[in-house]
Design a protein around this ligand. Structure first.
Ligand code: AMP
Ligand code: MG
Length: 433
């Protein structure tokens, strides 16, 4: 993404009401990011089976009616509703048979019907299908009891699924199994999709060890790179793992340069707080246009956001998300900010995530004036409500709390403490994480 006309941090800041990098609400940060991120601009054509999970790049307009003809929804007898008596059984002569893919082409006189199978084209002049289980055979005739069908029953209309000229799918849609089937029902072999977003990521910190290395005194295994890799994979991004980078300016600079050249976006974890050994902020500031935010949220208060370029302004740049180092904060900031931004960069139209309203089984302490994301387990109660239990200690380093939880409890900016039995919003992980 080397478009020179990208808006600057200052330009965006002037559009975000009340922007103060040292006291930003979650909503302001989301608004800022939304205005800042560019979208990929290359389209590829894929065979429809390969397009699952990809972002549609153009509206898919139907060139045919689906189905193309009125047809039967049941196995039974096609007839004219007007021929049926309302107070006594009606005996009809069978004029012929219509099968799916082999229509009955003859004429049908008054008092006649056509044996018909599901999916067979409705014979001309007939408007209703009586399912065979409602009928009886008598003296070579089909007998239909009164009142078992009304006019138009069990007939599918031409174009009822999709009418010719109608947009079957809109650009920006993330293609789901039903969409792939719809494209097939329109006879489409290929679909245009935006190219995949390339996302580079690395962890920063001298205390981090990679899997396979001995865990020296005072060190921890790098988990963020694995969580980030997994979350990006779920989002359908192309990933570029740049490993652990030491808290050393030259190593950091080399990592950023490589990331800029090869990716649309960069995610780092760690090194954005005020810590002594965190050189990350300085290198980010040198290489690009980066805002350092203190967001009114928990966990995830410090975060860097902007763009970095390998060779100064105008050269190939990448959007930068500098996430905090704590493992829970990484996941929370990813779901609060990065996910939607990467989807927008991938060309996807925004679709708000559904929140569940759940009743808390324990009191929740919360200060108004910041957004909190606690980890919870929701379960359907006997009365049909959703019950919520928290996962215990909510420290931002306790990754297990994310693993045990099945949703994030979203305690909104203005919200205060919640008593037992009070209702809160929960973002379910199912389908997300
Ligand atoms: P930092 O934001 O760099 O000050 O890191 C905050 C905390 O998160 C420290 O306890 C780090 O050891 C921890 N941390 C940072 N990066 C990682 C990582 N990649 N995996 C696991 N823990 C990390
Ligand atoms: Mg660090």
């Amino acid at each position: 993404m080397s478009t020179p006309a990208l808006p600057s941090i200052e330009e965006i800041a002037s559009c975000v009401a009340g922007y103060d990098p040292n006291a930003l609400t979650v909503a302001q940060a989301q608004d800022f990011i939304r205005r800042f991120v560019p979208r990929v601009n290359a389209v590829e054509k894929l065979a429809i089976r390969s397009a699952l999970g990809r972002v549609l790049a153009a509206d898919l307009v139907s060139t045919i009616d689906v189905p193309s003809h009125d047809n039967s929804a049941m196995d039974g007898y096609a007839l004219r509703a007007a021929d049926l008596k309302t107070d006594a059984p009606t005996a009809l002569r069978v004029a012929g048979t219509g099968l799916a893919g082999q229509a009955y082409a003859g004429s049908v006189g008054a008092g006649e019907c056509v044996r018909i199978m599901t999916g067979a084209v409705m014979p001309a002049g007939l408007d209703t299908v009586v399912p065979q289980e409602f009928t009886k055979q008598q003296d070579g005739l089909v007998v239909v009891p009164p009142g078992v069908v009304a006019a138009g029953d069990n007939r599918r209309l031409a174009g009822e699924d999709l009418a010719r000229g109608e947009a079957a799918l809109s650009a920006g849609r993330i293609l789901k199994p039903a969409d792939i089937g719809m494209a097939a029902s329109l006879g489409r072999a290929e679909l245009p999709v935006w190219r995949r977003l390339r996302v580079a990521f690395f962890s920063t910190g001298d205390e981090l060890r990679s899997i396979g290395e001995p865990l020296d005194e005072g060190c921890v295994y790098d988990s963020n790179r694995y969580t980030i890799h997994a979350m990006l994979t779920r989002l359908g991004c192309e990933v570029l793992d740049l490993g652990v980078v030491r808290d050393d300016p030259a190593a950091l600079e080399a990592a950023f340069r490589s990331a800029c050249e090869n990716a649309d976006a960069i995610i780092t974890s760690g090194g954005v707080s005020v810590g002594e050994a965190d050189h990350t902020k300085r290198v980010m500031a040198q290489l690009g246009e980066v805002a350092f935010w203190r967001i009114a949220m928990r966990p995830g208060r410090p975060m860097a956001f902007g763009r970095v370029a390998a060779d100064g302004p105008g050269s190939k740049s990448a959007v930068l998300f500098g996430l905090p180092g704590n493992p829970v904060a990484v996941m929370v900031t990813f779901y609060a900010f990065v996910r939607e931004a990467l989807l927008a960069m991938s060309g996807a139209a925004p679709v708000p995530l559904p929140l569940l309203r759940a009743r808390t089984l324990e009191p929740i302490r919360k200060k108004p004036g910041r957004t909190e994301y606690q980890r919870g387990i929701v379960q359907r109660a006997a009365d049909g409500d959703w019950d919520l239990a928290l996962t215990g200690a909510q420290g931002s380093g306790i990754l297990r709390s994310m693993s045990v939880a099945n949703g994030l409890v979203v305690l909104h900016h203005e919200q205060g403490s919640v008593p037992v039995g009070g209702h809160v919003d929960v973002l379910p992980f199912d389908g997300l994480i």
